[in-house]
Design a protein around this ligand. Sequence first.
Ligand code: F6R
Length: 236
Amino acid sequence: MRIIKVKSYEQMSRQAANIISAQVIIKPDSVLGLATGSTPIGAYDQLGKWYKKGDLDFSKVTTVNLDEYVGLSGENIQSYRYFMEKNFFEKINIKKENTFVPNGTAKDLVAECTNYDDRIKKLGGIDLQLLGIGVDGHIGFNEPSDCFEKSTHVVTLHESTIAANSRFFDSIDDVPKKALTMGMVSIMQAKKILLIANGKQKEEILNKALYGPITPQIPASILQLHPDITIIYSEV
Ligand code: F6R
C-alpha cells in the first residue's frame, strides 16, 4: 500500500491524472474502472487538458464505471452516465461504445447486474480502478453492511450517502434511494487500484479503512488486502 499525502486538491488531481496517464501510455488498450463524485473531477479535467495538448490517446481505452442511480437515464443531468460524458468523455477521444456505465433504467435490474459483471470478465478485468470514498466508508455504492457484496448488485443507499449526494440535487427528496454498483470482486480483481480523497471530513474514515480491522461495516477496509493500491490524500 502506497500512501501519498499532498497539500491541495489540485496536487491530488494532478498526481492521480499522472498515474492514469502512465497506465494509458504503457497499455493503450487499458480497461479503466472509473468513479464519479466531486473527488475525481480535477483529475478528469487534467487528463482532458493533456489529451488536448496531444500527450494522450484514449482511442483504444475502455472504461467501466462503478455505479449508477436506479431510475435515471443517461440523459438525466443527475445520472452518472451524464456526469461522465460532461466531465471526462467529451474532453477526450474515447469511443462512446467503449464506455460502460450500469444502466439504471434497465427493465430487469438483476440481469443488468449479471451482464455488467460478464462484460468486465470478457474485457479481461480492470487494469486500473479509480476510487473515491464515502464518509461512511463506501466504495462504489458498496455501503456498510453485514457482508461484502461480491457481484454487481442493486443497493439501497444509506441516509448519510443520500445526504452527502443531495448537494448535486435541487432537494434531498430528489436523490434516488437505490443504485446499481459494482461489487467487491471486480474492484478487488483490478490489477491496480488508485484511491483518491480530499478534505478533513474524509480523514477519520480513511484512517479506519486503511489501518483498522477489515470489516464490511467499513467496505473500503477490504482494500487493505489488495496487492497494488495507491492512496492519494489531501487534507484540503
Ligand atoms: C461514485 C462512487 C462513490 C464516491 C464517493 C465519494 O461513483 O463510487 O463511492 O466515490 O461517494 O464521493 P465524493 O467524491 O463526491 O466525495
